[in-house]
Design a protein around this ligand. Structure first.
Ligand SMILES: [Ca+2]
Ligand SMILES: [Ca+2]
Ligand SMILES: [Ca+2]
Length: 668
């Protein structure tokens, strides 16, 4: 092996003839490895520009492929065609006609996987070769209720079957079309779900890998390293103990988990359901396998606590950038039943900071009502309203008048209301229903309660937000997608809708893609090996995802959308490649492009041409892309939006030097 390597190294050396300063053996070996990788990328790019080849390759594979978890983690699968039918604009008879037509298309080099949600609101069709079918459909059905997005990309329909021990008994996942949804995305570790509960065991075997880590806190040194007022808050904190004066070591592991010697595990199970470690041959699969979980202990082990701690928890979540908070508890009614306690704090959390608050509807088995059954105690002008994780308190959801707050009722495996679940005849308080009866957890046990319905929704939102990451998305968009896309429940007295993860994910994608087919998704990858990012467009992203292990190029998601062609007010963005730095350089400036072409040798910056179009920087209502340079890594970084820019400036200035706004794109 050594001989062969040396031989190749030598031939490479002669071709490139680069400076002997770098010609150490290690350097050459690394360089050679790099070159091989680059060549593989180029091969794939050429090969897969031809769509027919791609289709042939797919045809030779199984009808429905089952992927390994590792494959799934690195693939983004987007259907070739998505057809959605809006049931509000088209009658059922017409919908059925379209369905029949699609079902009857012969499988001659065309493969259709057909899915529908209960209400025919959305019909998602995945086609391998779709031109003829599309033309036919367009001829026959001109209704604007049919939306067709086509020619998007490679088509796969996957089902994901993880190897977790209790997966086969997780009817709750089957109920929300989880397995199919996973083919579209398994979540992203940039999405953290805060579990506001009686604590979470961060060492739980089916959780520990997915527990959030505060990056700027050193655990166990009794110092508040990130100076946020919480000592050793590596995984979250115990707000309950703090409220009782224990400020010194309240964030240590033993203080944030439930008392495991008593039968009080609640938060641990809630966390497992939302984002338990998946495909680890153990326990259960979580709804969002790649999301992170933070521990926000707010009650004692038995769920007795104080709602006045919530504003502190909210502040913590805002400061740490959590995206979702799960509150699997209800409280007794406020002192004054007309009060909506902490409504302004909840509104600020959700509607100013974009953090979704998902609460269990409560287990009183009663219709939700504005009237309170009980009241809080008042002492020294403070209202004490006890929440109760064991669900013995009277029903009350907080912030029920706050827009975009999510409250979840429980259904059983027959989509009927769980007898214990609170419900909603008026459809004003309950947002959505989700499985909450006989839910498997680890170690094996079946749990029932709306407490276990809420994390189904929290996990689902984790997957949904991952697909949108890090594009800015408003709480009302999230909320409206959740209620408009979920399936109708047969029994409307529980809630109008029930969670359908596949519908949520696939239809959101369809809507996004239909929005403007001239959008070109720009994906970002990170390489530990090269200490830098790679940005790629449409097909290239697919090649990189398909061909590399995640330790070489880790997929971070679609960061923004540029334009494929020149539209009003846009200018071209030019790209260079550097064999030396192993990275791209992008610029929108004609002068800079010409300067780099004239002044740098091609092994430093080789001009590749126009890659996409974008608006000029600093335009009102657009997302600015900001350019950084690293003297250490010899690479550029392009931050999408001000918050990412500021984060890099504030936290990573030792590596990345801010240069200037680069261009701007549509906010999506
Ligand atoms: Ca701290
Ligand atoms: Ca510390
Ligand atoms: Ca597991």
């Amino acid at each position: 092996m050594l001989k062969k390597s040396l031989f190749l190294l030598i031939s490479f050396f002669i071709i490139e003839n680069f400076s002997p300063v770098y010609a150490s053996k290690d350097y050459l070996i690394n360089k050679f490895n790099d070159l091989q990788i680059k060549q593989r990328v180029d091969d794939k790019m050429i090969k897969f520009t031809n769509k027919e080849d791609e289709i042939k390759k797919i045809k030779s594979s199984n009808e429905i492929r089952k992927q390994s978890f590792e494959e799934l983690q690195n693939e983004e699968i987007i259907p070739d065609v998505i057809i959605t039918i809006d049931s509000e604009k088209i009658n059922e008879e017409e919908s059925n006609k379209i369905l029949d037509k699609l079902k009857n298309i012969k499988n001659e080099g065309k493969k259709i996987d057909f899915f529908s949600s209960n209400n025919l609101k959305g019909i998602y069709v995945y086609l391998y070769n779709s031109k003829d079918i599309l033309n036919e459909l367009k001829k026959e059905f001109s209704s604007d209720a049919i939306k067709i997005s086509s020619n998007i990309r490679l088509v796969h329909q996957y089902q994901y079957i993880p190897n977790d021990t209790y997966y086969s008994s997780q009817w709750n996942l089957h109920n929300i079309n989880w397995s199919t949804a996973m083919g579209l995305g398994i979540g992203n570790n940039s999405v953290t779900i805060g579990i506001i509960d009686n604590g979470v065991d961060v060492d739980d075997l089916d959780l520990s890998r997915n527990i959030w880590n505060n990056p700027n806190e050193v655990y166990g040194d009794l110092t508040d390293n990130d100076r946020n007022g919480y000592i050793d808050d590596k995984y979250g904190c115990n707000f309950y103990l703090r409220s009782r004066g224990y400020y010194y070591i309240p964030c240590q592991k033993e203080y944030i988990k439930e008392d495991l010697t008593s039968d009080s595990k609640h938060g641990t199970y809630v966390a497992q359901i939302a984002a338990g470690v998946t495909n680890n041959s153990l326990g259960i699969a979580g709804v969002c396998p790649n999301c992170k979980l933070a521990v926000l202990k707010i009650t004692d082990d038995f769920g007795n606590g104080d709602l006045s701690l919530l504003p502190y928890v909210f502040d913590y979540a805002i400061n740490k950038g959590f995206k979702i908070l799960n509150l699997s508890m209800v409280s007794v009614c406020p002192f004054d039943s007309s009060q909506d306690i902490y409504a302004s704090e909840i509104n600020n959390l959700i509607n100013n900071h974009g953090i979704m608050l998902v609460q269990a509807a409560g287990n009183n088995g009663s219709m939700t009502q504005d009237r309170c059954i009980s009241s809080c105690r008042r002492f020294n002008d403070i209202h004490y309203c006890y929440s109760n994780a064991r669900n013995q308190a009277y029903y009350y959801v907080i912030g029920k008048n706050v827009s975009n707050k999510i409250n979840v009722a429980s259904i059983n495996s027959n989509n009927q209301r769980s007898s214990f679940s609170n419900y909603d005849g008026s459809n004003t308080v309950i947002t959505v229903a989700a499985p909450g009866e006989n839910i498997p957890v680890f170690p094996y046990r079946l749990m029932s309660g709306t407490s276990f319905s809420a994390p189904m929704v929290s996990g689902a939102l984790g997957v949904y937000l991952s697909l949108n990451f890090p594009m800015s998305i408003t709480s009302s968009k999230i909320y409206n997608d959740l209620i408009s896309i979920s399936s109708y429940l047969p029994d409307q007295s529980i809630s109008r809708k029930k969670l359908d993860l596949f519908a949520l994910i696939s239809q959101t994608k369809a809507i996004n893609l239909n929005y403007n087919t001239n959008y070109l998704p720009i994906s970002r990858f990170w390489s530990d090996m090269y200490n830098g990012h790679l940005y790629s467009t449409g097909e290239e992203a697919k090649s990189v995802i398909r061909d590399y292990h995640s330790n070489i190029w880790k997929y971070e998601g679609i960061v923004y959308h540029a334009f494929r062609t020149n539209v009003v007010d846009t200018l071209p963005v030019y790209r260079f490649w550097s064999d030396t730095y192993r990275s791209h350089f992008y610029t929108q400036s004609e002068d800079e492009k010409n300067y780099v072409i004239s002044n740098y040798p091609t092994n430093i910056w080789r001009y590749e041409g126009i890659v996409f179009y974008a608006y000029t920087p600093n335009r009102t209502g657009k997302l600015n892309i900001y350019r950084f340079w690293s003297d250490i890594y010899k690479k550029h970084f392009y931050a999408a939006g001000e918050s990412e820019r500021d984060y890099v400036i504030n936290s990573l200035s030792n590596v990345w030097r801010y240069e200037q706004p680069a261009w701007s794109v549509d906010l999506r």
